[in-house]
Ligand binder design. Structure first.
Ligand code: ADP
Ligand code: XUL
Length: 534
């Protein structure tokens, strides 16, 4: 590398996701110059997580150890150092976290954060800094009572959606905070600050408590998405004086301050390196994909999500409206599906000998429409729609108890994408000429899966080179954060980023096949919902 390139600035984007911590570094021309990751299950086995989480005995409570995330950061920075990344070139950094998860800092933790000793790991020093060791994460569905209470206090589900962008959802942070206060009052009382996973991660870099940003803050059932401030009625219904524990929310493009002296002295960061507000992984993906109005993003990670750029919020009883992470005047709509990659892995193990290659071959060897077989795979209580169990149907709409392995693989993938399309259309999305489906997340590396996505949506599918758009979006946001206050729009800063690549176009027969199938799917989903409704 030439001397000039070695001195040129670098921007870091971290993603604290469900199964791993990832990072990318981009240079001033937005080329990726480094990426790295730490897998929680395999590289931090002492925490005994599966897929990065612990599912508790009630099957509803799902948590992750907060120290695992801290230790993963120690490990990741060491790996980056060993790979030769010159931290002194980092001009700004930002990041994202799985949405909705909450971290409870214990009294005194802010002092510890401010006085970190560069000769010791973060995890050694922060061991005593959390009042709750196991943080509730987005997969948790144990706060139904608190959801009902919040909706009652706000004047009903729709009223709550009008204020916060969503009706009450179990995984949303306010309901988790409410549950903690009621069921573990001592730990709650010991907390001096509550962070989201994103603002917790930013706090580590800042050496102080980082503000919650508007976009990730919209996933709490606490923020008024129009005034962009905490909603009084929601705060009061959740916990007294909660605003003191949350701090004031800030625009997602804010520079929070310089990186703490711990990182300067331990890793050689420059003292003027800026920490730009961290946000949720889905908002960060929107930035990484440079999603525009009219596009639809489909993220195939641990969860599957579908999201859109919208200008005017029209909250409904299904789906979520979040403040937009790159344009404070806009919004994004999001749907979350809990049974995503982990369900695909289960069917891969049961029907394709544990091999993605065989899984893909089954998709190639079975016809569009799967000769009328349809499957619903809700291994755990689904978010969209709220149903559970595996439900299989034959071409005559009659329930069947099993399918052959190859048919089952296609039933799963077609069923998942029919559901993504059905619910996206209910949110107001429609496929028009020119619509692009932008795919990301771990499973977007599988072109056979993306072919089914293209067929079911009857639209071309594009990906960006790197499947981790949340990291990339965070690196872009770090760069944008430096100029956002002077009014430079996000798209101006990322205009030279690599264009998404076309990876699949719909089969000529797809429109006819899936138009019919979508109608059947909607009818059968209603039947499944009626059968499984408590
Ligand atoms: P997260 O960010 O939520 O931790 P990722 O977006 O990195 O997760 O996605 C991880 C998932 O990607 C894994 O659980 C795995 O099932 C899926 N995956 C990885 N490679 C493939 C592949 N070739 N085909 C299908 N799925 C894949
Ligand atoms: C979104 C959601 C998940 C998490 C984990 O509402 O719950 O997508 O952000 O990725």
């Amino acid at each position: 590398m030439m001397a000039a390139a070695q001195d040129s600035p670098v921007y870091l984007g971290f993603d604290f996701s469900t199964q791993q911590l990832k990072v990318v570094a981009v240079d001033g021309n937005l080329n990726v110059v480094h990426h790295n990751n730490v897998q929680f299950d395999s590289e931090l086995p002492e925490f005994r997580t599966q897929g990065g989480v612990h599912i508790q005995a009630d099957k509803l409570t799902v948590t992750s150890p907060v120290l695992m995330w801290v230790k993963a950061l120690d490990l990741l920075l060491d790996k980056m150092k060993r790979a030769g990344l010159d931290f002194s070139r980092v001009r700004a950094l930002s990041g994202s976290g799985q949405q909705h998860g909450s971290v409870y800092w214990k009294r005194g933790a802010s002092e510890t954060l401010k006085q970190l000793d560069p000769d010791q790991d973060l995890s050694q020093q922060l061991q005593g800094s959390f009042s709750v060791a196991d943080c509730p994460v987005w997969m948790d569905s144990s706060s139904s009572q608190q959801c009902q209470d919040l909706q009652a206090a706000a004047g009903g589900a729709l009223r709550l959606a009008e204020i916060t962008g969503s009706r009450a959802y179990e995984r949303f942070t306010g309901n988790q905070i409410s549950k903690l206060r009621q069921t573990r009052p001592a730990e709650y009382r010991e907390a001096e600050r509550i962070s989201l996973v994103s603002s917790f991660a930013a706090s580590l870099f800042l050496g102080d408590y980082a503000a919650i940003d508007y976009s990730d803050g919209s996933g709490m059932n606490l923020l008024d998405i129009r005034t962009r401030d905490w909603s009084e009625v929601c705060l009061e219904a959740t916990a007294p004086h909660l605003d003191r524990l949350l701090g004031a929310p800030l625009p997602s493009t804010s520079v929070l301050g310089p990186v703490s002296s711990y990182f300067v002295r331990r890793y050689g960061f420059c003292g003027s390196c800026s920490v730009v507000a961290f946000t949720g992984d889905n908002p960060a993906s929107l930035a990484g994909m440079r999603l525009q109005q009219g596009d639809i993003a489909v993220s195939l990670g641990t969860s599957d999500t579908v999201f859109l750029w919208i200008q005017q919020p029209r909250p409904a009883l299904e789906g979520h409206i979040f403040c937009n992470p790159v344009d404070w005047q806009a919004y994004m709509a999001l749907l979350c599906f809990k049974n995503g990659s982990l369900t695909r892995e289960r069917i891969r193990n049961e029907c394709a000998g544990g091999s993605w290659e065989h899984f893909s071959a089954s998709l190639r060897d079975t016809p569009l429409g799967n000769t009328g077989h349809i499957g619903f795979y809700f291994d755990t209580m689904e978010i969209t729609p709220p149903a559970v169990g595996v439900h299989l149907f034959g071409p005559d709409d009659r329930a069947v108890s099993s399918l052959s392995p190859q048919v089952e693989v296609r039933a799963l993938v077609e069923g998942q994408f029919l559901s993504r399309r059905l619910h996206a259309e209910r949110l107001g999305y429609s496929i028009i000429p020119g619509t692009r489906v932008l795919a990301t997340g771990g499973a977007s590396s599988n072109t056979d899966i993306l072919q089914v996505l293209s067929d079911v949506f009857d639209a071309p599918v594009f990906t960006i080179d790197l499947s981790s758009s949340a990291c990339l979006g965070s690196a872009y946001r770090a760069l944008h954060g430096l100029v956002a206050e002077s009014g430079v729009p996000f798209f101006e800063v990322v205009k030279n980023a690599p264009e998404p690549q076309l990876v699949a176009t719909p089969h000529p027969a797809a429109q006819e096949v899936y138009k019919q199938m979508l109608k059947r799917f909607a009818r059968l989903e209603e039947r499944v919902l009626q059968q499984t409704r408590p």
